[in-house]
Design a protein around this ligand. Structure first.
Ligand code: ASP
Length: 321
């Protein structure tokens, strides 16, 4: 957020043609475009608890779906094994079918991205590309700084060399779920994480730890706020942090999902979701970068947790004696 506020990439895109271009779509969404006041924050948080889960699904209200899924998940694990099995098997099949359909849809993505990028360039000119370039830089720079900070003091080189294969595969597939087996292998064989920790942290991290996606959603929201001249204020900024982290937990590790969820978040802070049209052209590149960050984050979490567990096990007998 600090990087996005410092660079202000949105100011490098000439807002007038963008707004004119997106006006017909944005007008339809006008009711959603209301800036958030600090006093609204508690109400926005209570709104996340669904009174009708089916309606939440129909309205694509991602936060309500996430809260509902957490409740069902907690209830499910509290049941005896026999009772859980049939629902888990059904949900497993539903997930696999969804992944197949998403993979089919993603076959079209390169052509769609080419078309969108060509359309934006011809309509808005090369200046828009400069602004978009800065936006890409801002998204990539944020995670890079975070990773750097996480590793100062540790052996960054060793980690990066060990994690390289998983990161490269994440970069090229844009799917942390697809990379999961290699992430697990990297953690165990190259980073020396114990099997127990790796097999617990990596699958959990692949599902809920989406640091790159959350960072991206935050930068993208600020970028679009700057383009559309929306003053989201302190309350809006806090809400974005909260929503981006929450929504990234609900994002599956598949290509392009971050921007779909972003579209649902924008209205909450008063930005027209039509702005997605502006950033979708460069989304594939950002998806590759954020997936790499997501996978790196899982490896960092597994390594840190394993060292901590090791240290506490090592310290135990001493303390006991
Ligand atoms: N592609 C990302 C992942 O698999 C999710 C996203 O679109 O942000 O981790």
């Amino acid at each position: 957020m600090a990087v996005a506020l410092a660079i202000q990439p949105g100011l490098f895109v000439d807002a007038a043609p963008v707004q004119a271009d997106l006006a017909p779509v944005a007008e339809r969404e006008e009711s959603a475009v209301t800036p958030v006041a600090l006093s609204d924050v508690p109400a926005r948080i209570t709104e996340m608890i669904p009174s009708n889960p089916l309606k939440a699904g129909m309205d694509q209200n991602m936060m309500q779906v996430v809260v509902f899924a957490i409740l069902i998940g907690v209830a499910l694990v509290s049941l005896p094994g026999q009772r859980q099995r049939s629902l888990l098997e059904l949900l497993g099949s539903v997930q696999e079918i969804t992944m197949v359909v998403v993979r089919w849809a993603m076959l079209l993505a390169p052509f769609a991205v080419f078309g969108l990028l060509a359309q934006i360039t011809t309509r808005l000119g090369l200046d828009a590309l400069l602004g978009m370039g800065l936006y890409v830089l801002t998204v990539v720079l944020g995670p890079a700084l975070v990773i750097y900070r996480l590793f100062t003091g540790g052996s960054v080189r060793f980690f990066m060399r060990a994690a390289r294969d998983a990161q490269l595969l994440a970069f090229s597939t844009s799917s942390s779920a697809a990379v999961m087996p290699l992430t697990m292998q990297t953690a165990e064989a190259r980073l020396g994480v114990s099997q127990a920790t790796a097999r617990f942290v990596i699958p959990l991290g692949t599902t809920i730890n989406m640091a790159g996606t959350a960072l991206y959603q935050m930068v993208a929201t600020l970028f679009l706020a700057q383009v559309f001249g929306v003053d989201i204020g302190l309350a809006g900024l806090l809400l974005i942090v909260f929503l981006a982290v929450g929504a990234s937990i609900g994002s599956p590790g598949t290509p392009g999902i971050g921007i779909v969820i972003l579209a649902m978040l924008l209205g909450t802070v008063g930005i027209p979701a039509a702005g997605i049209a502006l950033i979708i052209g460069v989304d594939r590149i950002l998806d590759m970068c954020r997936t790499m960050i997501n996978v790196t984050g899982d490896l960092v979490a597994a390594t840190v947790l394993d060292r901590k567990v090791e240290a506490s096990i090592g310290a135990e007998p001493e303390g006991a004696s």
